[in-house]
Design a protein around this ligand. Structure first.
Ligand code: SF4
Length: 250
């Protein structure tokens, strides 16, 4: 159901097709993950927002040799951010760093460049796309540009998980395009639920009320990956407002 149309046609050369690359009109490089092994869904990500604080002021340098202020790309500092663990040293770090720099410097131009990469060829346009395997909506300007782009492509389902409560409420939940399945991921002390949005709730075992909720099939009770991918499950991408899904701590 959620086939990725521009997935490489065969295994040969697949490792060279893990991302597609572009440049904003203002000269920032951006990268889209083409074949996420965890979700199976194309995505655009930035570095996790507390990267610069959790690691003692660590601020990654950009390709231009400048520093990019990463703190603030997420709405809050989650107690145990999986995206931090995921991106700290692995191969996507440079791409996420470029994307972070672009989004913070030129959010509107970045979204236009993403749109160009995704939709300039109708034969490779994705049916499903995710914003942020890592990162979050870091400004109202960025979120507004994303929603405007999504509204221009009703044939594609977009998904994202957010803790950027103030930004979403400033934009207005009622203004979010119908083909944008935006999940609030509430976390005690970081983000309260956003009324009318679906919720994707981290279950670390401390809240017995979560036990009765449907749980994400991608993660088992021990926090291990089961092999189920979002492209096959699709629950989050067809979520109705108010739907609740829990996910075991991982
Ligand atoms: S519930 Fe389904 S779509 Fe949502 S994160 Fe889990 S596997 Fe992916």
């Amino acid at each position: 159901m959620y086939e990725i149309k521009n997935r490489p046609r065969n295994g040969a050369g697949k490792r060279f097709n893990m991302a597609i690359h572009g440049t904003t009109a203002s000269g920032y490089r951006i990268h889209i993950s083409n074949d996420n092994e965890k979700t199976g869904i194309m995505s655009f990500s930035t570095l996790a927002g507390d990267m610069s604080t959790k690691y003692g002021g660590y601020v990654p340098e950009t390709r231009k040799g400048e520093a990019v202020k990463v703190c603030g790309t997420c709405a809050g500092t989650c107690p145990d951010c999986y995206a931090l663990r995921m991106t700290r040293y692995n191969a996507v770090f440079d791409n996420y760093r470029d994307n972070t720099e672009a989004v913070k410097a030129d959010p509107v131009g970045t979204v236009l460049a993403i749109e160009q990469l995704l939709f300039s060829n109708p034969f490779t346009a994705p049916r499903v796309f995710r914003f942020h395997d890592s990162g979050d909506f870091c400004s109202l300007e960025y979120f507004t540009a994303v929603c405007a782009m999504i509204a221009r492509h009703p044939e594609t389902i977009f998904g994202s998980y957010t803790k950027a409560r103030d930004i979403v409420l400033s934009y207005g939940v009622e203004n979010i395009p119908a083909n944008f399945s935006l999940q609030c991921s509430p976390w005690e002390g970081v983000c309260e639920p956003i009324a009318d949005l679906p919720q994707f709730i981290y279950d670390d075992g401390t809240n017995p009320e979560l036990a009765s909720l449907p749980h994400c099939p991608a993660v088992d009770k021990n926090g291990k990956r089961t092999g189920v991918m979002c492209k096959d499950c699709g629950r989050c991408y067809r979520a109705k407002r108010g739907q609740k899904t829990a996910v075991y701590a991982h």
